[in-house]
Design a protein around this ligand. Sequence first.
Ligand code: GRF
Length: 227
Amino acid sequence: MIIQIIALKNAFRAFNFIYICCRAAIGAARNLQPMKHIAIFASGNGSNAENIINFFAGKASATVSCVLTNNADAPVAGKARRAGVPCLAFDRKAFDDGTQICRFLDRHSADYVVLAGFLWLVPGYLTDRFEGRIVNIHPALLPKFGGRGMYGMHVHKAVIEAGEKRSGITVHEVSRRYDEGRIICSVECAVMPDDTPESLAERIHGLEHKWFPTIIENEIEKLAAAE
Ligand code: GRF
């Protein structure tokens, strides 16, 4: 009996040792993955951009290496500057042409693109180059309430006018058409009977800040694991 107990204890110790070794090996393998560099495109306030920058600060898996905006006066430019993240402001001509933008993305080793409140339709040179590695967040439950003109308060107004009981956020891949890429994840919230577009926008922003960085992190980890 005593011998059996000792054998059992030894077997347990050996199992424990193997388990710890496996976990250490998996952790080491993860650390060996090169860090991903996220480029954020944004047009306006940039609360999501700022939240994503802060979320990835100090993480080993990814970092926000640059921000790009089509509006030099947008608050997002100041937020990037204060966070020490290089920011490029471009105009329509540069966006359509692509040379300056691609050069900037190269300089900052961008291998993943996040649209966080970016209002212009993304051209083919970006969707091709970042195929499967470019995501957008939409402040409603796609495929409803998406497409051209569905941004900002227009979305929340449309949701309320349609009498929807639920709204939420949708993170999706970016294709050459507004809000039509593969849906990665959506998170729902209630639409209250007395909601205004502003109060609904505030609830949705809360969801975005809570979930968007984690969804990006999961996607990046999946990509890294598949490499
Ligand atoms: C967010 O509601 C996002 O869903 C939409 O644009 C808004 C950007 O907000 N695409 P902010 O500039 O990050 O505060």
